[in-house]
Design a binder for this molecule. Structure first.
Ligand SMILES: Cc1ncc(COP(=O)(O)O)c(C=O)c1O
Length: 494
């Protein structure tokens, strides 16, 4: 397939897409309106392209997109989940979509009620006492939760010395990053042979400086931390808090509540569990839920109920303050609320059951060919290894690239870091058995190719408009800006 040109390359001087009507007011030289630095020295380097070419260009580009709406997208951990259209429809209702963020509470009661109710439903699902919808992504939720923990500890002289966060070595990369941003030191705890927190290792690190344990449950290898109650008791015993990265709640909604197994504070990734396209760090939402003792520290403003009305309450002296502008990413929660209400408690429970069933189905079909990193039933995702194909000169990256030729988006690869040649597959709850089978058939066909014709995998993908990148050059010499054929950058801006 020929590469798609950039719209700048299609540009021909003097070929307009739009004709503006003649002026019906007296013209004035631009210098009389703008002066100095604000004045452009040269016209902007906009492409000159006819309307039909513009339409075709962007339609072609949209068709190159690989998306959950067109194909299976089993990205482990980052989760590309189908979002029912009714959620989009709800978010697009004019009363929601046209609401200005500065609208005073008196004139936005419906929207505030939606946020208030969503908080309560999410807190109930998590088994927690209060919830804040403010954080704009899972990672932002982590940082906000850690700020809450810090504010809590800051109340006592002993607590102020607690600057260490413990976390298992299977943790998502955002966990250490959030700790650093939150002003904590970070210490990894080795996992045991089942991919779970090693209790003996944990005990070695429990001491007075521990602010909290940051634990993902189910964790990033798709396993439920079976000793979570014991782990929580140990951490509490040394005066620490238990933070749960609840990104993987889609495996246990309606089956287990973190508040019941000892968690003090957690975040939820709504894009993974409650319908919302993945914002890639924002604009999304990573609400946090807390137990009663941490509620005073939640960010302001808090959506509060006063009789039959809803207000934005900022009179919370212990609050960590604002972590974003306005009360929340409202459009995200319009979707989340529609999802929660349309599924209801039973539907949400079944969502998790199906997510777990689908992941186990894939694991069962593939594990003889691609061994499981931890050979036991999994939750929402299964982690396989491509280790055995190394002897044919084939790496996990080659398997992933070849999947593209078979029409599938590759799963997450090389994560979690504790699994060699990791292939992390998360099918989500909405895929049919036929789709799962087609994917497994492709994985098995690729395994056969790896032995018989590894060069096919090395060359993959060969059926797309873009082939395999030279990733080293792309990282070392990134070309991030368009230049014309003669190497000139776009016309300079003032
Ligand atoms: C386990 C885990 N923690 C944290 C995150 C970070 O979430 P976000 O991408 O919304 O910042 C992810 C990503 O989905 C995740 O899988």
């Amino acid at each position: 397939m020929a590469p798609t040109p950039l719209i700048f390359e299609m540009s021909r001087p003097g070929r307009p897409g739009v004709r503006l009507p003649g002026l019906d007011v007296p013209s004035r030289p631009v210098e009389s309106l703008l002066a100095g630095a604000a004045l452009r020295r040269a016209p902007p380097a906009l492409p000159e392209v006819g309307e039909l070419e513009v339409v075709r260009h962007y339609t072609r580009l949209s068709q190159l997109n690989f998306s959950i709406d067109t194909n299976f997208y089993p990205l482990g951990s980052c989760t590309m989940k189908y979002n029912p259209r009714v959620n989009e429809k709800s978010a697009a209702l004019p009363g929601f979509a046209r609401l200005h963020p500065q609208t005073p509470p008196e004139a936005s009661q419906g929207a505030l009620e939606l946020l208030w109710q969503t908080e309560r439903i999410l807190a109930a699902i998590a088994g927690m006492d209060a919830c804040s919808l403010q954080p704009a992504a899972g990672a932002h939720g982590e940082m906000t939760g850690l700020m809450v923990v810090r504010a809590f500890h800051s109340e006592t002289p002993q607590g102020r010395k607690r600057r260490l966060v413990l976390a298992p070595d299977s943790a998502h990369g955002t966990n250490p990053a959030s700790c650093t941003l939150g002003g904590f030191a970070y210490k990894e705890i080795k996992s045991n042979r089942h991919g779970l927190v090693d209790l003996a290792e944990l005990k070695k690190h429990l001491r007075d400086e521990v602010a909290c344990l940051m634990i993902t449950n189910p964790n990033t290898v798709g396993q439920f931390e079976e000793s979570i109650e014991e782990i929580a008791a140990l951490v509490h015993g040394c005066g620490g808090q238990v933070y749960m990265d609840g990104a993987n709640m889609n495996a246990i909604v309606g089956a287990a509540r973190p508040g019941d197994f000892g968690v003090d504070v957690m975040h939820l990734n709504v894009h993974k569990t409650f319908s919302q396209p993945h914002g890639g760090g924002g604009p999304g939402a990573g609400p946090i839920a807390v137990k009663k003792h941490l509620e005073p520290y939640l960010p302001v403003p808090v959506v509060a109920r006063r009789g039959d009305s809803f207000v934005l309450d900022s009179a919370r002296p212990k609050s960590i303050g604002r972590v974003r502008c306005f009360a929340a990413h409202f459009g995200v929660y319009a979707r989340v609320y529609a999802y929660l209400r349309s599924l209801g408690p039973e539907g949400l429970r079944r969502l998790s059951q199906h997510a777990v069933l689908n992941a186990n189905y894939i694991a069962a079909r593939l594990k003889d060919t691609y061994p499981l990193a931890y050979d036991r039933p999994c939750y929402h995702e299964c982690v396989l290894t491509g280790e055995r194909f190394k002897k044919y000169g084939v790496r996990t990256m080659d398997i992933a690239k070849r999947l593209i030729d078979h029409g599938f988006h590759p799963p997450t690869v090389y994560f979690p870091l504790i699994v060699h040649e990791a292939i992390m597959i998360e099918p989500t709850e909405t895929e049919s058995r036929e789709t799962l089978d087609a994917f497994c058939d492709a994985m098995l066909a690729i395994a056969a190719e790896a032995k018989a014709a590894p060069e096919k995998l090395h060359a993959a993908p060969t059926t797309r408009s873009v082939g395999r990148f030279d990733e080293v050059t792309a990282a070392r010499e990134p070309r991030l800006r368009w230049r014309s054929h003669d190497g000139h950058p776009p016309a300079p801006h003032p």
